[in-house]
Design a protein around this ligand. Sequence first.
Ligand code: HEC
Length: 139
Amino acid sequence: MRSLRTLMLPIAAILLGGMTGGLSIGQTAKAPDAEAKLREFMRAKLSASTEILEGFCVDDMQLVIKGAKQLQAMSEAEAWRVSNDVMYKQFSNEFRQISTDLIKAAEDKNPDRAMLKWVDATVSCLDCHRFVRGMRVAK
Ligand code: HEC
């Protein structure tokens, strides 16, 4: 029987790997500068995520907490609120809640629970992205 840990890490890695495709909200012509800034902001989620994954890989809960706190802070930043859509807000709230749970589990030194929360968080990334893509198509 493989441990939860051996199963979770490949899953998280696969989920993260699927996230590098382009994603863009709205057709309104933003200034290229603002667009690049937003992109950079959004891409920072990826490095915070890698940090969390690394934390699990080397069993460093401090690193997990650091990455999760960064994600949580980002989700509260002005730049995150690219849409006023109710669903977008709901996805954001969900993501924020999962980040909070992840931080708590890591602080409680409960790596198994933290890992489950990390998978939830990753699924939440993908859910919101799918929604954002749908919004774009609908416009
Ligand atoms: C509540 C919604 C939401 C959640 C949750 C979310 N994202 Fe995003 N993400 C967006 C939006 C919106 C964009 C695109 C913004 C734009 O370009 O208009 C984006 C874009 C990105 C991009 C592409 C940036 C680029 O190069 O154009 C990456 C990478 C990314 N997100 C990673 C993540 C990761 C990793 C997570 C989870 C840890 C995550 N996102 C969670 C909304 C979300």
